[in-house]
Design a protein around this ligand. Sequence first.
Ligand code: FES
Length: 164
Amino acid sequence: MICKGENVLFQELDAFISSFEEKEGELIAILHKAQSLFGYLPRELQEYIADKIGAPVAKVNGVVSFYNYFTTEPRGKRQISVCLGTACYVRGAEKVLKELKRVLNVEVGQVTEDGVFSIDCLRCFGACMLAPVIVIDKDVHGKVLPKDVKGILEQYREKANVHE
Ligand code: FES
């Protein structure tokens, strides 16, 4: 839920939207901006944007649902992306994903209770030689085995606690 404490973000979003003359035609750019500000695009934010640009909510929602990039759920501080492209899949990416879900106790698209991690799945990072691959934030981890998962996560959990 987006709270009033985030008014500054709304102001920044409003200023961005106002910079366009033909606002509806810039819907994708506006959604990018909104997601980068708020981290995700919940229904109420979609309604807000629809109202601002004078478009039906269904149109905004249609664009949000169409692109994988957009998310309607909050994400963790550390975003884990698991590659399920062919090379990674063949080399056991599904087992790695299963272990990630088991250790973190979340499903794909959910955030851990402590807000640190969330998982999504993508198809091919272009690092097939390193299959199976997971990417955490911008770090690529290659040739990952299910038994490596706990240790990898620990590094990020420590970083999250130290810096935030
Ligand atoms: S299939 Fe996973 S990096 Fe290419």
